[in-house]
Design a binder for this molecule. Structure first.
Ligand code: C2E
Ligand code: CA
Ligand code: CA
Length: 677
């Protein structure tokens, strides 16, 4: 890691501190050495002066000896005694001119006093010692500290030249050898202790400084790491962000190009996230996003990466991919992991994901291209069936283009009279008594021909055209219905997206009724349960406003969602419409009959009428009648037809005598596939 400026400064100052401490220690050692030397010299001088004074006072005839007249026997005897006085282990006597008179080592060799001859004992005659001269001439005492490795000398000693004075007059000079080994050891020990204490203090100071610096470094490093993490991750979910995901993709691409393992890009988005956000608020939306990221992370392997690209859009980089099968397995595992509801503030929120994937090698070699293709595969997965998985395929590009073109054209269609309404009859249980019509929007595209609502309504919801479309449908349907016999009702489909308008929707409904002069009691509004997934006060309030006006509320496509039953008690519906998927399988699957019977019985106990959609065969009609459905609708009874072709005549067929339906004007063939419509 590169150190930032303040850190580098910190490191420098700690290094300077350390240098200063080392320099201080070295300086102190040098100073101590000097002090020790001075101390030893002062000591030696003191010992020498004492010795000289003692010798002067105790050695007889010393003046005479210094004057060059030789040593008396008594003098020599006393001087011999003085050879080992305390720390003194040797001495020499000089006359004031520096000539050696006596060397203590040599005293034993010569038994005779030199009295008469004046010949020096153990000294070269005529030798003039310059140190002695200096002492005599008043240059002060001369002390020389010595360290020698000689067997006959101590390890440390001083040679001290001091004068022997009497009455202020220099009699001669003595050179006293003072053994300072023990003294030096004591001084050195004391100094070592002081040095140790000082070193400890310095070391503590430096260590405290270094510790402080290290702490700052760690804090800074942690902050740096956090910054880097934030730059690479999405704050809300902790997943990688778009930029770092792109980088990871590029790295994976490079590895794969260099012969490494293959990889795949999976794009996911949360089904119905907008509804959750609208219905429960952003905090709940955030919780769902966090939980989604968490489940994705739990489902992928450690090598794989999870990113949040935008809003409710996530992506996974699957590493080490050897075959598309592995991608398909992961895609389905991810969808399954998210299929289970999230618990948000005590409520179970359904927020599954759809997954689209593109595989390196199969679908492209460029990471950006793969991401784009995975996004398209996602669109396909969503349009086919929510909570599903899809691979990229080449026709998707065209489909995407087509979707864009439809969105563009729909805008114009609204104002260019390309939309019209068909009306499909709803019958009483007897299958004869006409009850009303459901308005179903149709689009005749000038080039593409008839485009089914299942294709363009989701696009209108996505690109924000649904509000305008809804206004047009309701106004037109009310207008048409106002011309019908008063006993007939009008059902109009509302998209969940229209409820985002809140009060505006209520005003729009009231305005349409008023403009057409249609009583509210003749209008039914069909909504799907996705609207109630988030039972927000806002949506329920809007629904209550509508019922307060006298409009009836119908739950459409009942039974197709995840937890239809749970929504029945949230709002007092007037009617539920059993989805045509049930009607289709009524004859072939005994469980379906059981479900239909249960729905009817539950709805009736709640005072809710039941409509069954998609009645295509007389057998279905009979079963539904037997199960107690109140209202029937389907191609058998009547296809959606333009307003001009409605004759409002009841009884297209009696329950027991099936005939061909009369209205065959709708473009839809007799088929169960909505795509064919
Ligand atoms: P939906 O509300 O469930 O409408 C019933 C759909 O089932 C209609 O398809 C109708 O033509 C079809 N259908 C009716 N009887 C039978 C039958 O016996 N067999 C088969 N196979 N199908 C039958 P359509 O008109 O294509 O509408 C599809 C969906 O588009 C509608 O489903 C509704 O959700 C939506 N939609 C249609 N018109 C509007 C509209 O004006 N506004 C909104 N928001 N949605 C609309
Ligand atoms: Ca409907
Ligand atoms: Ca329906």
């Amino acid at each position: 890691m590169k150190l930032s400026l303040p850190l580098a400064k910190g490191a420098r100052s700690v290094a300077l501190w350390l240098l200063a401490a080392v320099a201080a220690l070295l300086g102190m050692a040098a100073a101590m050495q000097l002090a020790a030397r001075a101390q030893l010299e002062a000591d030696a001088e003191h010992v020498a002066l004492n010795w000289a004074a003692f010798a002067r006072d105790t050695v007889p005839d010393l003046e005479q000896a210094f004057a060059g007249r030789g040593f008396t026997l008594e003098a020599l005897r006393q001087l011999r005694r003085l050879r080992q006085a305390g720390e003194v282990f040797r001495f020499k006597l000089y006359d004031p001119n520096g000539a050696t008179l006596l060397v203590s080592d040599e005293m034993d060799r010569t038994q005779q006093p030199s009295g008469a001859t004046g010949e020096p004992l153990g000294a070269e005659p005529g030798e003039q010692n310059s140190s002695v001269r200096a002492v005599v001439l008043g240059g002060g005492n001369l002390i020389e500290l010595k360290r020698e490795e000689r067997s006959d000398r101590p390890a440390v000693y001083s040679e001290a030249y001091v004068p022997v004075l009497r009455g202020g007059q220099v009699l001669g000079v003595v050179e006293v050898y003072v053994d300072q080994t023990a003294r030096e050891r004591r001084i050195a020990k004391a100094f070592r202790q002081v040095a140790l204490a000082v070193a400890l203090v310095l070391l503590t100071l430096v260590a405290a400084g270094a510790w402080q610096w290290w702490q700052r470094l760690r804090t800074q490093r942690r902050a740096d790491e956090q910054l880097r993490y934030l730059a690479r991750h999405d704050m809300l979910t902790g997943a990688l962000n778009r930029a770092s995901f792109h980088e990871a993709l590029q790295r994976a691409q490079k590895r794969a190009q260099e012969g490494g393992a293959g990889f795949a890009v999976l794009c996911l988005d949360v089904d119905g996230f907008k509804d959750i956000n609208d219905a429960f608020g952003h905090a709940a939306g955030d919780t769902v996003l966090r939980a989604t990221a968490e489940r994705l992370r739990e489902t992928v392997r450690e090598l794989d990466l999870v990113a949040r690209l935008a809003g409710d859009q996530f992506a996974v980089l699957q590493a080490g991919v050897r075959s598309p099968d592995e991608v398909s397995v992961l895609g389905q595992r991810l969808a399954a992991a998210l299929a289970e509801a999230h618990q948000v503030a005590g409520q179970a929120l359904q927020a599954g994901v759809s997954v689209g994937a593109a595989v390196y090698g199969n679908d492209g070699l460029d990471s950006a291209e793969l991401l784009h293709k995975a996004e398209q595969a996602l669109l396909r997965a969503k349009s086919h069936h929510r909570g599903g998985f899809s691979f990229y395929d080449a026709t998707m590009d065209e489909q995407l283009q087509a979707r864009r073109a439809i969105a563009r054209d729909l805008r114009q269609a609204l104002y260019a009279d390309q939309l019209h309404l068909n009306f499909q009859p709803l019958y009483e249980r007897d299958g004869c008594t006409l009850q009303g019509y459901e308005a179903l929007v149709r689009w005749s595209h000038p080039q593409r021909g008839a485009i089914p609502p299942s294709q363009f309504i989701p696009i209108a919801e996505e690109c924000g055209l649904i509000e305008d479309l809804g206004v047009w449908v309701l106004a037109r349907a009310c207008d048409v219905a106002s011309g019908w016999p008063e006993s007939l009702s009008l059902s109009v489909n509302l998209s969940a997206a229209q409820f985002r308008q809140g009060d505006e929707l209520v005003r729009m409904v009231a305005a349409s009724l008023e403009a057409a002069g249609l009583p509210a009691s003749r209008l039914e509004l069909e909504i799907t349960e996705s609207l109630l997934m988030g039972n927000t006060e806002q949506v329920v309030k809007t629904l209550h406003r509508l019922t307060a006006m006298g409009v009836r509320i119908v739950m459409d496509d009942f039974g197709t969602g995840y937890s239809s039953l749970a929504y029945l008690w949230r709002f007092p519906f007037d009617k539920v419409k059993i989805d045509r998927a049930f009607t289709q399988h009524l004859d072939s699957d005994p469980k379906v009959a059981l479900i239909v019977r249960s729905i009817v019985s539950l709805a009736h106990s709640l005072n809710i009428r039941v409509n069954a959609e998609g009645v295509e065969t007389p057998a279905q009609l009979r079963s539904l009648q037997a199960h107690g459905c109140d209202e029937l609708q389907g191609f058998l009874l009547g296809r959606p037809a333009p307003a001009t072709q409605l004759d409002h005549a009841g009884a297209p067929l009696a329950a027991n005598e099936p005939k061909l339906p009369r209205a065959r004007t709708d473009f839809a063939p007799l088929s169960t596939s909505p795509a064919a419509l």
